[in-house]
Design a protein around this ligand. Structure first.
Ligand code: G16
Length: 544
């Protein structure tokens, strides 16, 4: 066995963001860039020798090359067994599922999630810990510290492994198993949902659905689950073949980037139900016929209907949402008499709550929902959850949502993204807001009076760790709210996110277009933060 120790010098920009290290492919292709980061992961871990590591990615450009490099580095660093998805494919939720099932030390997931792929697109590397969830800040911090001083990495001199079909191999003394990426995940889904009932629904001839995998990782999973296992007609899954560049698209399941699906669901003779997932399969968008369900509402509705779903019929320990997510789920939690936790943006913040049994369902406005079945958000899980509710209630998506609003009130919600703006100016905008918030309470802006204003800080109720500067919140006395934060996942300049929310308990006033309902709040956001001045943009890049 020939282990090479390769001399290297540190890169200064390997600080993991909201979810791992995301950079342009061309950055990862720089000599030693990937290797430095992967070695920094191993350097920051303890006691992994001889243990199992899970490895896979969303199939984007550079996935295959990176897998071969990481296999050889993991072997050289003394990992005992590596489970790698066939073709290098593992959706993020499937990786989380396998880490847990196999009691692995952790997993390396190669994905830049919803960011575009291809030679000019993005790539990413994320480390997940033994609970199956994204590494918490103390781990990502240690990886970053290592990356700043690294002077060598270890790699086995060996031929590439054939990952095109399942099989077992040896790399030095390390066992490598190329595994079916779908089967363990499908089994887990079968344990949570009423598959007999779902099969009846999808083969009844009275219900049609369309699942858009956006040429990303969920294609093989969705085909296996919806078409093969549950009997939906062939063609139910569209864009189901993972492509290295996602067919030139942007694998982000929202109204802008999943336009093809939106056109189908809002077109003539539309199916009853539509869904899309993102690059690595952890996000979801839910549509009914002519109807869009906001992710915040979706979390609230899953929570209110969880008793109808076998895996959750025993009751929920609690729920959790990220701070910018609307308060719709808070109202459901209150009615159920369970705790609702408010965390910073980033799925990693849910891990402790799930591990400690404090929360069962979690969700984020950024099209992410999940539960304690794994430690990642899970796109297809959310689709199955919705299908299970639809199968039991025999009502349309729109009826279910409108009835929910009647009971709990409606949280109008929208997010404005200003992508790839100048980083310094965006930071100035945030710093200016930060300096303003302490004196803002009581200030009157037209008909809005500030009830509270702060820079969100979170103290983890399990380990007491504090995460500060997580976004500026300005709440008004009528229950509406504006939140400003900078994205931690963008790779070009900065992305300013502005989250807008208002609450309408009166049924007679709920049937209003979201943008109209939020119009005065939108102009107030610009007045307070001077968005146009700082971003030099007249309008956001994406509105969801
Ligand atoms: C990641 C995180 C999510 C977060 C989202 C957006 O999702 O896992 O928790 O909400 O990024 O983060 P930001 O607003 O900082 O860009 P994904 O699907 O990209 O892994």
């Amino acid at each position: 066995m020939n282990i090479g120790t390769i001399t290297t010098t540190p890169f200064t920009d390997q600080k993991p963001g909201t979810s791992g290290l995301r950079k342009a492919v061309t950055v990862f292709q720089k000599p030693h860039y990937l290797e430095n980061f992967v070695q920094s992961i191993f350097n920051s871990l303890e006691g992994y020798e001889g243990k199992t590591l899970v490895l896979g990615g969303d199939g984007r450009y550079y996935n295959r090359q990176a897998i071969q490099t990481i296999l050889k580095m993991a072997a050289a660093n003394g990992i005992g067994r590596i489970l790698v998805g066939c073709d290098g494919i593992l959706s993020t939720p499937a990786a989380s599922c396998i880490i847990r099932k196999e009691e692995a030390i952790g997993g390396i997931i190669l994905s830049a999630s919803h960011n575009p792929g291809g030679p000019n697109g993005d790539f990413g590397v994320k480390y997940n810990i033994s609970n199956g969830g994204p590494a918490p800040e103390k781990v990502t911090g240690a990886i970053f510290e290592n990356s700043k001083t690294i002077d060598s990495y270890q790699i086995l001199e060996a031929a590439d492994i054939n990952i095109d079909r399942p099989g077992s191999f040896k790399l030095g003394t390390t066992s490598v198993e190329v595994i079916d990426p779908v089967e363990p995940y499908l089994k887990l889904m079968e344990s949570l949902f009423d598959f007999d009932r779902l099969q009846q629904l999808l083969t009844s001839g009275k219900f049609r659905m369309c699942m858009d995998s956006l040429h990303a990782v969920t294609g093989p999973y969705a085909r296996a689950i919806f078409e093969k296992r549950l009997g939906a007609v062939e063609g139910t899954v569209i864009n189901g073949t993972p492509l290295e560049d996602f067919g030139g698209g942007h694998p982000d399941p929202n109204l802008v980037y999943a336009k093809g699906l939106v056109d189908i669901l809002f077109g003539e003779d539309a199916p009853d139900f539509g869904a899309a997932s993102d690059g690595d399969g952890d996000r979801n968008m839910i549509l009914g016929r002519n109807f869009f369900v906001t992710p915040s509402d979706s979390l609230a509705i899953l929570t209110a209907n969880a008793h109808l779903v076998p895996g959750y019929s025993q009751g929920l320990a609690g729920v959790a949402r990220s701070m910018p997510t609307s308060a719709a789920v808070d109202r459901v939690a209150e009615k159920l008499g369970i705790e609702c936790y408010e965390t910073p943006t980033g799925w990693k913040f849910f891990g402790n709550l799930l591990d400690a049994g404090k929360a069962t369902l979690c969700g984020e406005e950024s099209f992410g929902t999940g539960s304690n079945h794994i430690r990642e958000k899970d796109g297809l899980w959310a689709v199955l959850f919705w299908l299970n509710i639809l199968a039991v209630r025999s009502e349309s998506v729109e009826d279910i949502v409108r009835k929910h609003w009647e009971t709990y009130g409606r949280n109008f919600y929208s997010r404005y993204d200003y992508e790839a703006v100048d980083k310094e100016r965006a930071t100035e905008l945030m710093e200016r807001l930060r300096s303003m918030v302490s004196d803002m309470k009581g200030t009157q802006y037209g008909s809005y009076q500030v009830d509270y204003a702060d820079d969100f800080s979170y103290t983890d109720p399990v380990d007491g760790s504090i995460s500060s500067k997580q976004g500026i919140r300005i709440g008004f006395t009528d229950g509406s709210r504006i939140v400003f934060r900078l994205s931690g996942t963008g790779t070009k300049g900065a992305t300013l996110r502005v989250y807008l929310e208002s609450y309408q308990p009166d049924k007679a006033k709920q049937d209003v277009d979201t943008q109209k309902a939020l119009a005065s709040l939108i102009s107030l956001a610009d007045e307070i933060a001077q968005i146009r001045k700082f971003t030099e943009r007249e309008a956001p890049t994406v509105i969801t």
